[in-house]
Design a protein around this ligand. Structure first.
Ligand code: ABN
Ligand code: CU
Length: 672
C-alpha cells in the first residue's frame, strides 16, 4: 500500500512502517519476535535519476509522463540467538519482497531498546553484582550501565580479530539518587555482553597505574548540574527575559517535507541512521531561475577515538552514526529550551524491536534566527549608513549518545551560504582513578578520582553536490606566496601571493588533508558552466576551520576502522546506496570498510556525478570546566557560493528598520 505521496524522498509514514512490518512478518511466516528483532526500517531511496526525472516532470507540469518511483523500504532483522542478519528490501508499491539477503557476522546499529534490555540483563548478572558488592555498592538499582558498542573484542584477547558475536561493553557507574549525575561515580570495571545470547561474557577491570592501591575506590562526591539538586538559592537571579517574537509569523512555507524559505527550496527527510537528511536544495537566482546546489547532504558517520592505551578504555571508539543511529538517538525537542522563537517541528519515526513504529515527536526543529550583521557600509563623508541584518533558516535535531549530547544544525543564509554546525555538549565520558593515580598524559582530572579521557570528535559529512547540474568537479585551492623571488619583474617588492588551484581527476588524487598554512579550501565547480565575468566554472567553496588529523596511528584499530577520518576530503563517483563511509555494518567492523573499499580502484571524478566527503571535528582535551556538564563546543563547515551569482545575492534584502518612532522619523536615513 502506498500512501498519498508528496515527494519520493519523504520518510516512511507511520502507516508505511506498519505495512512494511506486516509484509515482512507474512513473508517470514512468523510473528515470533522473541526469535528475531527489527533492528531498523527506513525508506530505501529511489535511484537519483528517477527522483530527478520525476521532480523535473512535476515542475514542468508534465507529471503524467513520468511515474513516481517505486516506494521501497530497507528492513534489517536480527535473529536471536544466532545473530543472523536479514537485509530485506520491501516494495510498498507492489506489496512484495524485492530482496532478502542473509548475512553472517555483520552487526547492524544498536537499537535503543536493545541497549535498555542489555542494561536490565547485565544488572542481574551475578559477577557484576559481586564486583559492585566488593566496591561497596550493594543497591543495584543505583548501578547504571551505559551499553556501548564494543569497538573491538575477541575472547582470545587477540586484538587482530573481531568476535563475530553481537557484543556490547557496559560502562559502569552508580548514582546516589534517581537523577544524580552518574558520571561523577564511575566504577572500575567494564562488562562485556553478548547481546543475542543476553549474557555477560567478560569483565575487564581498570588497574590503577603507579599506585599503591590495587583497586580504586568509587568516588562518591556528588557533582550535580540539575537546579533541583543545586538548590534554587544557588541559581542566578539577575537574568532578565529575552523574548524572540515574530508578530507576522515565519517567512518559510512547509508543504509536507518540502520547504521554501527566501530563495531556498529543499526537502527535509529523516531516518534512524543519519537523522536529518536534506535533499534537492536549490536557490532561486534573478529572473526566478532555479539553480540546483545540492542533491543530498547528511552527517554520514563520526568517530570518537579515545587516547588512553590501557584496558578497558581501549575499547572506547564511538561511531555514533553507524553503531547507534542519529535518528534512533534523537530527542523530542522542547519549545523555549532547545529552540526559541516561532518554531515548526517535524516528527521522526523509527521502528521498535517488534516492528511497530515509534514516533519521536518534535524530532526536527525548523525556525529562523537573527544571525547578526550580513553587510554594512557607512559613507564616511555623508555619514549615511546602509546596514542589513542576516537571517538564517535553521533545521536541527539534538541527539543523546549516552553521555554526550550533540546538537546538529543545518543553516541556510540569505546570501546563498550553507553551513553545518555540530554543538557538542552533555557529559564527558568519565572513568575512575585511584586516589593517588595520575591520568596524564591521556586524561584530565575533572573532579577528585574522576577522569575526562582525552579524545577527538571526527565527523564525516556526505555532500552530494549538484552545482548547476549533476556533473561537478572538485578544485583544491591553496593560497601561497608567489614562487617568484623578490625583485623578479612579477614580484618586484615581494608582496605577491596567489591561489594555486588543482582539479582532482581521480579518486586517488582526491584523498587529501587540510593545510592550515595555505588556508586550503575546496571549490565544488561545474566545468560546463562558466561564469560570465570570471570565465571560469561557477562553484561553491567548501571551508572548514575545524580539521584536526586522526591522532591514533596508522595501524591502530580505530584508525583502520575509521579510515574515512584520516583524510579531510575524499571525492568518489556517485553510486546508489553508497551512504556510509565506515561501512553499512559499522559496529565491530573490520578494517577498511566503506570509503577505502569503494576507492580501491582508481576512478574518474572529474566532471562527473560525484560525492564529496568531508571530515571535520575537534580535539577534546577536557577541562575541569567541562564538568559536571559541558558548555557547548562547536565545529563544522561552510559552503559558500563562489563566483556562482552575479554579485552579492543578498543585495535585495531590505534594511531592518528600528521600530521606534524616533528612528522612523530619523531623516538621516538610519538603516539599523
Ligand atoms: N557514545 C557512545 C554511545 C552512544 C549511544 C549509546 C551508548 C553509547
Ligand atoms: Cu568531547
Amino acid at each position: 500500500m502506498v500512501t498519498e505521496l508528496q515527494h519520493p524522498l519523504d520518510p516512511l509514514s507511520v502507516e508505511e512502517f506498519r505495512s512494511v512490518a506486516a509484509i515482512v512478518r507474512k513473508a517470514r511466516g512468523s510473528d515470533d519476535t522473541n526469535n528475531f528483532i527489527f533492528s531498523s526500517v527506513a525508506l530505501y531511496e529511489p535511484p537519483k535519476k528517477q527522483v530527478l526525472a520525476y521532480l523535473h516532470a512535476l515542475t514542468t507540469a508534465n507529471s503524467s509522463v513520468v511515474d513516481p518511483p517505486d516506494r521501497e523500504a530497507l528492513v534489517i532483522l536480527i535473529d536471536r540467538p544466532s545473530g543472523l542478519v536479514h537485509e530485506i528490501i520491501v516494495s510498498l508499491t507492489k506489496s512484495s519482497i524485492v530482496k532478502w539477503e542473509k548475512l553472517k557476522g555483520m552487526q547492524p546499529t544498536q537499537h535503543p531498546d536493545e541497549m535498555l534490555e542489555a542494561e536490565q540483563m547485565m544488572i542481574k548478572d551475578e559477577r557484576i553484582i559481586e564486583e559492585c558488592r566488593q566496591l561497596g555498592v550493594t543497591d543495584m538499582s543505583m548501578v547504571k550501565i551505559d551499553p556501548w558498542a564494543v569497538g573491538f573484542y575477541h575472547a582470545d584477547k587477540d586484538v587482530a580479530k573481531q568476535d563475530k558475536r553481537r557484543i556490547m561493553q557496559g560502562l559502569m557507574y552508580c548514582r546516589t539518587s534517581e537523577d544524580d549525575n552518574q558520571y561523577a561515580h564511575p566504577l572500575d570495571f567494564t562488562a562485556i555482553y553478548d547481546v543475542n545470547a543476553q549474557e555477560v561474557i567478560d569483565l575487564i577491570r581498570h588497574v590503577p597505574r603507579n599506585s599503591k592501591f590495587e583497586r580504586a575506590s568509587v568516588p562518591m562526591a556528588n557533582h550535580h548540574f540539575l537546579p533541583e539538586h543545586l538548590g534554587q538559592d544557588k541559581m542566578r537571579k539577575d537574568i532578565k527575559p529575552i523574548q524572540i517574537t515574530q508578530p507576522e509569523g515565519v517567512s518559510f512555507t512547509l508543504r509536507g517535507h518540502t520547504l521554501d524559505w527566501q530563495k531556498w527550496n529543499m526537502h527535509i527527510g529523516f531516518n534512524y541512521r543519519e537523522g536529518v537528511v536534506i535533499s534537492n536544495v536549490t536557490y532561486k537566482d534573478v529572473g526566478d531561475q532555479v539553480r540546483p546546489v545540492l542533491y543530498r547532504v547528511s552527517l554520514s558517520e563520526m568517530v570518537v577515538p579515545y587516547a588512553n592505551p590501557y584496558e578497558p578504555h581501549t575499547h572506547k571508539m564511538a561511531f555514533d552514526v553507524g553503531e547507534y543511529g542519529l535518528g534512533n538517538m534523537s530527542n523530542s525537542l522542547e519549545l523555549g529550551c532547545d529552540c526559541v522563537g516561532d518554531i515548526t517541528y517535524m516528527d521522526g519515526v523509527i521502528t521498535d524491536l517488534k516492528g511497530e513504529p515509534t514516533v519521536i515527536e518534535n524530532a526536527i526543529c525548523i525556525h529562523e534566527e537573527d544571525a547578526g550583521l550580513l553587510f554594512k557600509h557607512t559613507d564616511y563623508r555623508s555619514g549615511k549608513a546602509h546596514s542589513v541584518r542576516s537571517r538564517r533558516l535553521v533545521v536541527s535535531n539534538i541527539i543523546t549518545a549516552a553521555n554526550y549530547d550533540y546538537g546538529l544544525y543545518f543553516y541556510f543564509y540569505q546570501d546563498g551560504t550553507f553551513q553545518y554546525e555540530v554543538k557538542a555538549t552533555g557529559e564527558l565520558n568519565t572513568h575512575i582513578l585511584a586516589e593517588d593515580e595520575d591520568p596524564a598524559p591521556y586524561g584530565t582530572i575533572v573532579a577528585p578520582q574522576v577522569v575526562g579521557q582525552h579524545h577527538q570528535h571526527l565527523f564525516m559529512m556526505r555532500i552530494d553536490p549538484m552545482v548547476d547540474g549533476i556533473d561537478n568537479s572538485v578544485m583544491q585551492v591553496d593560497v601561497v606566496p608567489s614562487t617568484d623571488p623578490v625583485g623578479h619583474p612579477d614580484n618586484r617588492v615581494g608582496n605577491a601571493f596567489v591561489p594555486v588551484t588543482r582539479i582532482y581527476n581521480t579518486t586517488d588524487e582526491a584523498q587529501v588533508r587540510s593545510n592550515a598554512d595555505s588556508s586550503r579550501f575546496w571549490q565544488i565547480i561545474n566545468e560546463s558552466k562558466l561564469h560570465p565575468y570570471t570565465k571560469k566554472p561557477v562553484g561553491f567553496k567548501l571551508v572548514s576551520n575545524n580539521t584536526p588529523p586522526m591522532l591514533p596511528k596508522p595501524g591502530a584499530i580505530v584508525t583502520e576502522r575509521a579510515k574515512f577520518a584520516t583524510k579531510t576530503v575524499w571525492v568518489t563517483p556517485y553510486e546508489e546506496h553508497q551512504l556510509f563511509p565506515g561501512g553499512s555494518y559499522c559496529s565491530q567492523s573490520e578494517p577498511g570498510m566503506g570509503l577505502p573499499e569503494w576507492t580501491k580502484e582508481s576512478a574518474s571524478v572529474r566532471d562527473k556525478d560525484i560525492v564529496v566527503w568531508l571530515t571535520f571535528g575537534l580535539n577534546h582535551i577536557p577541562r575541569v570546566e567541562d564538568f559536571p556538564i559541558m558548555p557547548v563546543e562547536t565545529c563544522g563547515f561552510h559552503l559558500k557560493p563562489c563566483n556562482f551569482f552575479l554579485g552579492n545575492p543578498g543585495i535585495d534584502i531590505p534594511p531592518s528598520k528600528k521600530q521606534t518612532a524616533s528612528a522612523a522619523n530619523n531623516s538621516n536615513g538610519c538603516h539599523c
